[in-house]
Write a protein that binds this ligand. Structure first.
Ligand code: GRF
Length: 216
């Protein structure tokens, strides 16, 4: 039965089984600041062999973030780098580059990375940084996107996987999922429903970006 909760539309309509087979597997780093549910979804899609990838490193900017426990659970090496110890965004990004250079990385997945990145990082990994954002971009860029959607009383929100460029939440869109708002929906319940779509589209978005790096 179709309920309002179950209505969602993902476009492009690519099933995870239709993702390209990457051989050798993709070497990725994940950057995260939050609880890490998208990071875990990515790990699970790799474990199920849906995405041929290895997450060589998790980078977090906050030692209390839940992503660390997930890295420990799945034995992903992680590094904590506190942005507050750097006097500029550029200096922080140079340190990120230095760390990533010690891992073998061809692409970066920002799975809830809550810092603005600069050309220092973006230019080195041009078209190889993927971000997940909880709105149908270009609506509701920046922070509190779900809250903004609820306050604007929109009827449909969703999530977007896109490439990272200098302008925040503005790079090429790879895949989106639409999530209709229910009557009187709270930010909490909408966040949960959007996140369950995020977990589905993130691995697909990564594969779509990687198809270009690998020239499929
Ligand atoms: C996600 O909703 C993502 O769209 C946003 O930050 C949130 C991270 O959630 N950029 P989690 O840490 O992956 O659970």
């Amino acid at each position: 039965m179709i309920t309002e909760e179950s209505i969602s539309l993902t476009w492009p309509n690519i099933k995870i089984e239709e993702l390209p087979v990457f051989k050798p597997k993709l070497d990725l780093a994940v950057m995260a600041s939050g609880k890490g549910s998208n990071f875990e979804a990515l790990i699970k899609s790799i474990e199920r062999s849906q995405l041929q990838a290895s997450i060589n490193c998790l980078l977090v900017n906050n030692e209390t973030c839940g992503s660390i426990a997930i890295a420990e659970k799945y034995n992903v090496p992680y590094e904590i780098i506190n942005h507050k110890q750097y006097s500029s965004r550029e200096k922080f990004d140079f340190e990120i580059l230095r760390i990533l250079d010690t891992y073998n990385i061809e692409g970066i997945v920002m799975a809830g990375w809550m810092r603005i990145v600069t050309p220092v990082l973006i230019d080195k990994y041009k078209n190889r940084i993927v971000n997940i954002h909880p709105s149908l971009l270009p609506s509701f860029r920046g922070i509190n996107a779900v809250n903004q959607a609820v306050e604007m009383n929109v009827k449909i929100s969703g999530c977007t996987v896109h490439l990272v460029t200098e302008a925040v939440d503005s790079g090429k869109i790879l895949i989106q999922a639409a999530v209709p708002l229910l009557e009187g929906e709270s930010q909490y319940s909408l966040t949960k429903r959007i996140q369950s779509e995020e977990h589905k589209i993130l691995p697909i978005g990564v594969a779509l970006a990687a198809k270009v790096w690998r020239e499929f």
